[in-house]
Design a protein around this ligand. Structure first.
Ligand code: BDR
Ligand code: CA
Length: 311
């Protein structure tokens, strides 16, 4: 199984991404979950991460608290999308499991140092603050990372928090810039692909029909989560942004994209956090990321629903 660290700001779609990973121990070995401030403040994201582990019946997973704000800006949150708790929708009990005492950034550094080069993959599902802080504090770990598979950015779909920026990149553009310039092999799940994995009514019914606590909770989470995109974009259902990352670990063939250059706007207030993606190869800039553009959505939901049934 591939060893990963999930860096996250749950978030209903983060929650589904975590459930998919925890349901797939043959392919994915979750070394730890690191929480970051994003959709909601850190105290809630670190709590939500534990709620999700307990929902999965995996209270033994280690959860760490990381950075409570972006590297150089004030925190922007997204309660308008995710609700006040970040996990609005299902009524889930407060977690019994406790947080690890180590800081998430130190956990990331120590884990990479103690593993062989190229054996640990980072899976960021929120702003890139924890990852970039670890790279800045301990540059020796950068070459040890096997791959970064992240949700963030957009090209044709442009932005969801400003006209030109996707939320995760917008919240901490400085951190994103550090990550995209790190020379680590990066796979990006931008809005272009995540807006193609929509929880339509039949797909939501399929979660509920599992007849399990997890199936019901995922149906209720996606019911709540779809409001925003439905009202705003007339979308057919909740976009499962973050689960694209963990699905890619299990079934990369569901996805396709282009190896291109991606740079992050960190200066202009107008286009702050824009992922400037050279999709058409119009510059000489060196490709630094596999930018995913397409997905077999039916295959994705078949995989997700089957895996959730295992929890
Ligand atoms: C991303 O922002 C958050 O609201 C979601 O959890 C996802 O990671 C989508 O832009
Ligand atoms: Ca997220």
């Amino acid at each position: 199984a591939r060893k990963i660290i999930i860096d996250t700001d749950p978030g209903q779609d983060d929650a589904v991404a975590i459930l998919l990973a925890l349901a797939s121990p043959e392919e994915i070995d979750v070394l730890g979950i690191t929480a970051v401030a994003g959709n909601v403040p850190l105290s809630l994201t670190s709590k939500n991460a534990r709620i999700v582990c307990e929902l999965a019946g995996k209270a033994n997973v280690k959860v760490y608290e990381g950075c409570d704000r972006p590297m150089g800006r004030a925190l922007v949150t997204a309660e308008h999308v995710h609700g006040e708790t970040g996990l609005n929708g299902p009524a889930l009990p407060d977690p019994v499991m406790t947080l690890e005492s180590q800081h998430a950034v130190d956990f990331i550094i120590e884990t990479l140092r103690s593993h062989d080069t190229g054996t640990v993959t980072l899976c960021p599902l929120g702003p890139l603050t924890n990852i970039a802080t670890a790279f800045t504090k301990a540059p020796d770990i950068i070459e040890k990372v096997q791959e970064i598979i992240l949700m963030g950015g957009a090209y044709f779909e442009v932005g969801n928090i400003t006209p030109t920026a996707e939320f995760n990149i917008y919240v901490d553009p400085q951190a994103a810039d550090i990550v995209f310039k790190s020379d680590v092999s990066i796979v990006v799940m931008p809005l272009d692909v995540t807006h193609k994995v929509l929880v339509t009514k039949p797909r939501n019914d399929a979660f509920r029909a599992l007849g399990t606590k997890v199936g019901k909770a995922v149906a209720e989470m996606t019911d709540f989560f779809e409001r925003f995109d439905k009202e705003k974009y007339g979308s057919e259902g909740a976009p499962l942004h973050d689960p694209c990352v963990t699905a890619y670990l299990i079934a990369p063939d569901l996805f396709s994209g282009r190896h291109i250059n991606v740079e992050i706007e960190t200066q202009s207030e107008l286009t702050m956090g824009m992922t400037v993606a050279d999709w058409w190869g119009v510059t000489e800039r060196t490709p630094n990321a596999l930018f995913i553009g397409d997905v077999d959505a039916d295959g994705f939901f078949a995989l997700l629903t089957e895996r959730l049934s295992r929890l």
